[in-house]
Design a protein around this ligand. Structure first.
Ligand code: SF4
Length: 429
C-alpha cells in the first residue's frame, strides 16, 4: 500500500473540473494528502483536454516535466482517451480514460510498472460527495458523452456516446449538496437540452430540481445545443426565480454552408429565431456563445454571415476560437484549410464586433438593481469584490465581502466591459 501527497492539474472544461474534484475526494478518502504544490507531490495527476492543439501540447509538456522528476504521473481526461498507450512514451505511469477515472485510487494501489486503462468501466457519479470547506457552488453532471458528431469536435470520440443520468440520482445528489449549504449549482453536460433519462426530459428535470431545492438560490446549466432547444425549456427558465436566465447558445458559424459542413443541425434563420425567442422571454437575461473562425473552406462571405448574426443578436459574452484541426475529426481532412493569418485577422474583427454588441447590452443594466453572488475580491482593485448577477453577468461591487455572500446592488457604471455597482443591502450566507 503506497500513500503520499498528490497534486491535480486540470485543463479544459467544467466537466474536467468536476471529474478532478471527484478524484481528489476519492484519493483523500483513501488516505492520500492533497497538496497545491506539485514539488511536494509524490503523485501528479494531469486531467487533460484535447479540444484544441494548444491544450493537448501543454499537458504533454507538463507530463514530460514531472516524469523526469521521479513523480508517479497519471494522465486522465480527453487526451488520455484519445492517445491511450502513446502517453506512456511521454513518461506517464498510468493513463486512464474519461469513463474510468473513478478507478484511479485502486489502479494506483495496484500499480506495478506502467499501465493503461481506457475502456468503459461504467461511470457512476456519487450522490453523497462531501464538499471542500467554504465551497458554496458546485457542479452536477447530468449527462456525459455526445451523439452529435460536429465535424470539428473530438468530444464524441473522447467522451463516448450520450448518456443521461437517471433523474432520481441527480435529485438525490442535489439534495445532498443543498443540505451542505451550497447556494449555487451548475448542471453539466455536453448537450444538456437533449437530456432524457427515458422518463424525464430537460424541462422536466429543471422543474424537479426547482421543486427539490431549499437552500440553493441559483441553478445554472451548460452547455445546451441550439439544435435541441425547445420552447418548453425556455419557458421553464423564464418563469423561474432560481433557474438563471443565462443561455449559452453556441453559434460556431453564421453561414448555412459552413453550418452544414460542421454538421451543426440548424440554420442561420433557425438560430436567429431562437435568439429572438430568448430575448422576448428574458429581455434582461443573457445570451453567450462559441464561434469558430477559419473553418475549412470558410470564405469572406461566410465570415460576413457570422458577423451579421453577431450584429443582430448582440451577445452578452462570447468565446471566439481559431479553427484547430483535431485528430480523427472529419474536418481535419477537409480541403480548403484557411491560412493562419487570415484566421487571425477574422478573429480580431470578430472580437471587435462582439465587443460592440456587449457594450450596448451592458448599458441596458445601468441604474437597475439586482443581487450579486460574491465570488471573491476584484482582481483589479482589492477594495472591491467581484461576483455574478442572477443572469450571470460579472459585476464589481465596492466593499470586501465573503465569497458566497449575496449583495443587493444598483448598477452605476461600466469599466471596460464589466459592470460596476454600489451595495444596497448585504444578505449574509
Ligand atoms: S454538440 Fe458538437 S461541439 Fe458539442 S460536444 Fe457534441 S460534437 Fe462537440
Amino acid at each position: 500500500m503506497r500513500k503520499g501527497k498528490f497534486y491535480i492539474k486540470t485543463f479544459g472544461c467544467q466537466m474536467n473540473e468536476l471529474d478532478s474534484e471527484l478524484v481528489r475526494r476519492m484519493m483523500e478518502e483513501r488516505g492520500y494528502e492533497y497538496t497545491d504544490d506539485p514539488k511536494e507531490a509524490d503523485f501528479v495527476l494531469i486531467n487533460t483536454c484535447t479540444v484544441r492543439e494548444k491544450a493537448a501540447r501543454k499537458a504533454k509538456h507538463l507530463l514530460r516535466y514531472f516524469s523526469k522528476r521521479e513523480k508517479t504521473t497519471v494522465v486522465m481526461g480527453c487526451l488520455a482517451q484519445q492517445e491511450k498507450g502513446k502517453l506512456l512514451k511521454w513518461g506517464a505511469d498510468l493513463v486512464v480514460g474519461t469513463r474510468a477515472f473513478v478507478e484511479i485510487p485502486d489502479l494506483l494501489e495496484n500499480l506495478n510498472g506502467s499501465g493503461v486503462v481506457c475502456e468503459e468501466i461504467g461511470l457512476h457519479y456519487r450522490t453523497d460527495r462531501r464538499l471542500n470547506p467554504g465551497q458554496y457552488s458546485a457542479y452536477v453532471s447530468i449527462q456525459y458523452g455526445c451523439d452529435n458528431f460536429c465535424t470539428f469536435c473530438v468530444v464524441p470520440y473522447t467522451r463516448g456516446r450520450e448518456y443521461s443520468r437517471p433523474a432520481h440520482e441527480i435529485v438525490e445528489e442535489i439534495k445532498n449538496l443543498d443540505s451542505q449549504g451550497v447556494v449555487e449549482i451548475t448542471l453539466l453536460g455536453q448537450n444538456v437540452n437533449s437530456y432524457h433519462d427515458g422518463k424525464y426530459d430537460f424541462a422536466d428535470l429543471l422543474k424537479l430540481v426547482e421543486d427539490t431545492i431549499r437552500n440553493i438560490k441559483r441553478v445554472r446549466f451548460t452547455s445546451p445545443n441550439p439544435r435541441d432547444f425547445s420552447y418548453k425549456v425556455l419557458k421553464v427558465v423564464a418563469e423561474s426565480d432560481v433557474i438563471t436566465p443565462w443561455i449559452h447558445l453556441p453559434l460556431q458559424s453564421g453561414s448555412d454552408r459552413i453550418l452544414r459542413k460542421m454538421n451543426r443541425g440548424y440554420t442561420k434563420a433557425e438560430y436567429l429565431d431562437q435568439a429572438a425567442m430568448i430575448r422576448d422571454l428574458m429581455p434582461y437575461g443573457t445570451i453567450t456563445t462559441d464561434i469558430i473562425v477559419g473553418f475549412p473552406g470558410e470564405t469572406e462571405e461566410d465570415f460576413e454571415e457570422t458577423l451579421d448574426v453577431v450584429r443582430r443578436v448582440k451577445y452578452d459574452g462570447a468565446y471566439m476560437f481559431i479553427y484547430s484541426p483535431r485528430p480523427n475529426t472529419p474536418a481535419a481532412r477537409y480541403s480548403g484549410q484557411v491560412p493562419y493569418e487570415v484566421k487571425l485577422d477574422r478573429q480580431r474583427r470578430l472580437i471587435d464586433e462582439v465587443n460592440r454588441g456587449i457594450y450596448e447590452r451592458r448599458r441596458l443594466f445601468l441604474g437597475r438593481e439586482g443581487e450579486v453572488l460574491i465570488d471573491g475580491l476584484s482582481r483589479k482593485d482589492p477594495s472591491e469584490s467581484a461576483g455574478k448577477l442572477f443572469n450571470g453577468l460579472t459585476v464589481t461591487v465596492n466593499g470586501r465581502y465573503k465569497p458566497g455572500t449575496f449583495v443587493k446592488v444598483r448598477i452605476n457604471g461600466i469599466q471596460g466591459l464589466t459592470l460596476k455597482a454600489e451595495p444596497l443591502v448585504v444578505a449574509l450566507r
